[in-house]
Design a protein around this ligand. Sequence first.
Ligand code: COA
Length: 146
Amino acid sequence: MLSIKEITKEDFRLCFELDSKTISLWSAKQWEEELKKKGVKVFKLSFLNEVIGICAIQLVIDEAQINYFSVNQKYRRKGFGTYLMRYLIKICKSLNIKKLILEVSENNYEAKNFYNHFQFFTVGIRKKYYKDGSNALLKEKFLIKN
Ligand SMILES: CC(C)(COP(=O)(O)OP(=O)(O)OC[C@H]1O[C@@H](n2cnc3c(N)ncnc32)[C@H](O)[C@@H]1OP(=O)(O)O)[C@@H](O)C(=O)NCCC(=O)NCCS
């Protein structure tokens, strides 16, 4: 019922559709470009054939930057984000990634809590980074191999 698969370049529209239903971060063209970037991996979480979550990471040497992470509104707070993040951590460990990094708006209460739940620590602030004038928190999490 629940499955996670890596998305291919040809599937950029799937990402755009989910994104349009959630945080509308990128246009279809931007998704197409994102999927072509070196080191980028995008995963989709599906439930009964419906795409309900997407995450995009960019691997640079032994670090992975989370460029996108979202769960469809109607499926939130049911553990699906956790399922996707656990998978991401497992994949990154298998690729010998040592650290996950990301940026999140100081005003994004849900995402801040979500990342805190996974023990991402704030290591910096970019002042007035977003269009709405909010600051970006730079967060990171070290991965320890089990
Ligand atoms: C952040 C997001 C991915 C969380 O996904 P989710 O499937 O709802 O998360 P989960 O149900 O697995 O929640 C895990 C934990 O995160 C925290 N959390 C998630 N949503 C929360 C909310 N609305 N309020 C407070 N804490 C929240 C809680 O600690 C929660 O654990 P708990 O339910 O035991 O209290 C989702 O809210 C989302 O897609 N937000 C919009 C996209 C976004 O802002 N992405 C980040 C951009 S950097």
